[in-house]
Design a protein around this ligand. Structure first.
Ligand SMILES: [Zn+2]
Length: 139
């Protein structure tokens, strides 16, 4: 299977729709979203949050596997372990993009390309310091 590639609509302002919330802390911290124009699916994961601004890592997902996983989750299996395994499998097939997804005032607004030489770690908000150093780059 070829690695999934990002759609052309990630240039400029974004129009993403939430498909499935995987984790939340008053707001979504991890989830599956799709492009409203072409339905390319993405996995987003919070890396840092400051007032009015959140940064997410964004990965492109395989369309067929995403549809199958969502269908399986919609059916409502009583086996939570299996649902978790399906999500882990889906995310393992993803391709990370070299940018952060910026959410301003609760809306996904644009991608911010990683500054050269500043490739972020693959940790997420649960393990990163949360020192606002990433958000400071955008100010
Ligand atoms: Zn698109």
């Amino acid at each position: 299977m070829n690695p999934p590639i990002a759609c052309q609509h990630l240039q400029g302002s974004l129009d993403l729709r939430t498909l499935y919330v995987l984790d939340h802390q008053l707001y979504m911290t991890e989830g599956l979203v799709e492009c409203r124009h072409c339905r390319t699916p993405y996995w987003v994961e919070l890396v840092e949050a400051v007032p009015r601004l959140r940064l997410f890592r964004i990965h492109v997902l395989d369309l067929t596997t995403t549809r199958a996983t969502l269908h399986s989750l919609d059916k409502g299996s009583c086996d939570l372990t299996r649902a978790q395994q399906e999500i882990v499998h889906l995310c393992s097939l993803s391709t990370p993009l070299p940018a952060w997804l910026v959410q301003a005032d609760g809306l996904f607004s644009h991608l911010y390309s990683w500054p050269s030489g500043r490739e972020p770690s693959m940790d997420n908000w649960r393990t990163l310091a949360g020192d606002q150093s990433l958000a400071d780059l955008l100010r």
